[in-house]
Write a protein that binds this ligand. Structure first.
Ligand code: ATP
Ligand code: MG
Length: 226
């Protein structure tokens, strides 16, 4: 499908809800740019700058980084995309971040992946990541073609330091306390679309069909205005 106008979407959901996997499929199918706060932070940490090491300490404890720092980082990257359509993953995570985003852009749709915490806890222990690209695999339902290696580059996969059971609990707490209110924020604006389930491969067709409908409607609107 060819996009007729710039389209701006956010994907939300608890850690390990499949945001990374679904985001990759969305960007492939619909040609949006993927902007992932976690990937941006991990790239900073890999550079081993002083700021990167401070970030890592915070992230490995399952804590959120300061709102003003995150907003500056993300808005800077979004600005660089100009008039391209994007999908934002991992931001906003607090009401303050949502307001900062609102001041700069109007968001067309928010996709919310609603996956039970029990499923997530099991899932994160079988997750493997290709750090440079942010591609994620799951030994159980989305394995790499060759065990331990990235499908695209053939480089080795690693497990994230913040995927330990203790840190996962902290991340889920942060999600409940700080991020769930953001869902309410978007619901009251009428842009929230929730997809519930325990399997990414079963959730995906619903997300795909929803976006297909949504983009068709937007294209018609644009065409109607000549
Ligand atoms: P997933 O496992 O699905 O990627 P996640 O949401 O827990 O989920 P990331 O988005 O990769 O993981 O983020 C990793 C960590 O980076 C978070 O636990 C948090 O410490 C920090 N972080 C990422 N985005 C933000 C943000 N918008 N605000 C504050 N901290 C953030
Ligand atoms: Mg992620």
């Amino acid at each position: 499908m060819v996009l007729q106008r710039v389209f701006r979407a956010v994907i939300m959901g608890p850690p390990g809800s499949g945001k990374g996997t679904i985001s990759e499929r969305i960007t492939k199918s619909f040609g949006l740019k993927h902007v992932s706060s976690g990937d941006i932070l991990r790239n900073n940490m890999n550079a081993k700058t002083e700021l990167g090491l401070l970030m890592k300490a915070c992230i490995d404890q399952g804590q959120l980084l300061p709102d003003n720092m995150m907003a500056r980082l993300i808005l800077h990257d979004l600005r660089a995309l100009g008039n391209e359509s994007w999908l934002l993953d991992g931001f906003p995570r607090t009401i303050l971040q949502a307001e900062a985003l609102d001041d700069a852009y109007s968001v067309d749709t928010v996709i919310n992946l609603n996956v039970p915490f029990e499923t997530i806890k099991k899932r994160l222990s079988s997750r493997w990541t290709h750090t440079p690209s942010g591609r994620v695999y799951n030994i159980d339902f989305n394995p790499p073609k060759v065990p331990g290696l990235d499908d695209v580059t053939g480089e080795p996969l690693v497990q994230r330091d913040d995927d330990t059971p203790h840190t996962v609990s902290r991340r889920l707490k942060a999600y409940e306390n700080q991020t769930e209110p953001v869902l309410e924020y978007y619901r009251s604006k009428g842009v929230l679309q929730t997809f519930s389930g325990t399997e990414t491969n079963k959730i995906w067709p619903h997300v795909e069909a929803f976006l297909q409908r949504k983009l068709t409607i937007l294209s018609k609107k644009v065409a109607g205005h000549g």
